[in-house]
Design a protein around this ligand. Sequence first.
Ligand SMILES: Cc1cc2nc3c(=O)[nH]c(=O)nc-3n(C[C@H](O)[C@H](O)[C@H](O)COP(=O)(O)O)c2cc1C
Length: 481
Amino acid sequence: MDDTLTRLREIRQPPLLLYIFLLVLTPVAFVLAFPFGLDILPDTVLEGLYLLLAVVIAVPVRRLEIGVLENAWLIFLLGRYIDFLDELFVEPEPIVEPYLSGFFMIVSFSLLMFGTVMLLGERRERLETLEARNEELDLKNKAIEEAPIGITIADMTRDDEPLMMVNEGFSRTTGYDAEETVGRNCRFLQGEDTSEQKVARMREAIDAGDSVQVTLRNYRKDGDLFWNEITLAPLERDGTIPNYVGFQQDKTDEVEYEHQLQEQRDNLRLLGQMVRHDIRNDLQVVRGQFGLLQEHVTEEGKARLQTAEERTKDAIELTTMARELTEVMLNDDPGRKPIALVDSLDSQIDEVQSAFDTATIDRNRPIPDVSVMADEMLDSVFRNILKNAIQHNTADVPEVTVSATAEKDCVRVRIADNGPGIPDSQKDDIFAEGEMGSESTGTGIGTYLVETLVTRYGGDVWIEDNDPDGAVFVVELPIAE
Ligand SMILES: Cc1cc2nc3c(=O)[nH]c(=O)nc-3n(C[C@H](O)[C@H](O)[C@H](O)COP(=O)(O)O)c2cc1C
């Protein structure tokens, strides 16, 4: 870029000096030659020559495209023309000379001086602007060269739209340097298993003059596959698109991680199906068989059978929880929607109450008539907490009280029990993944599921001490507007 500036300086200086030289020389020559001219040439020829010279000089003056200089020279030309006509027609007694001609000379020379000063000022300004632009271009060039991604520019006016520029980042990613790349269409990075669909998307976008982004299989110089995230954008000029700029980012790690995640999801889905169908069905058959066996065993055997049946029931419940957990894990971005709080709470109070008829579940105060931002899994939150409150309750009659209060933009549901309570040291851990209560049948999964869901809804859940005994699970949920 420095070279360009020097070249510009060199180009601009000689013409300027030349014009100044001519401008000064012409009047000097005029004055010097006049007395001799009278002896050598007739005045008219001399004036004619001056006029001719002035016309010749007018051509480069015009090229400068500086109005004031051009006008000054025109006035000077006019003066010369009048002198010439005067000499030609009024000789030997010139009448206009020297007054009118002198006037034109003074005006034109004043304007010429003014124009020259302007020209010099403008030249200095232009140099300063060029230097500033040069610095800015240097900075931009540096940014392009040192960018941590590939940057390429294609010439869309030539056959097959070859690349005309690639940066260091492109060479680092692909292994091809600029000499090997410039002049070729960038499709040379593609291979047999590059998605034709994605290539077609780029083609269509380019044909339509649009931007496009695709991530596809490309190959480095050493033949290694890499996932290239290509962003193409048109560079417009005067209503046409002579160039496209491309940004190449190596996304191999991200894409491979995505594939790994997808594989894990598929495996999880498979496992979920197995738990939901095969294991659950088998457990239900086992439970049914225990029921039928009751009549065929001794009293002692009956007690054992009952324990076995209860454990099977717990295991069946666990499969429900496992199913719900799988659903939550597989669904990254559940669409939240307003759910009537009272409906969800009532349905779960009824369900749990019918499963545990020895316990009592009370609604303390009326539940506020609000909707919360959640999804269908909200039932699972309340079901798990209600069951926990009963299953881990050592009181003769487990008592659970449900209440709720609405705040400004959230509602707090409190589920209190008269059980043994939860020591402070365990209050937070209880929501951790895989944390199981001592006599738990899947408490860990249940509370983990509760916390996962509530957090997804943008709410919070925590445990407080009940008075005089027991624990209170507090669920805070955002109210739907
Ligand atoms: C500036 C620019 C950069 C490009 N960079 C890549 C690239 O890194 N990898 C690639 O596979 N295609 C790239 N392409 C796309 C191909 O050059 C070509 O446009 C695409 O394969 C569709 O055209 P085709 O159907 O004629 O092959 C780029 C295109 C442009 C204009």
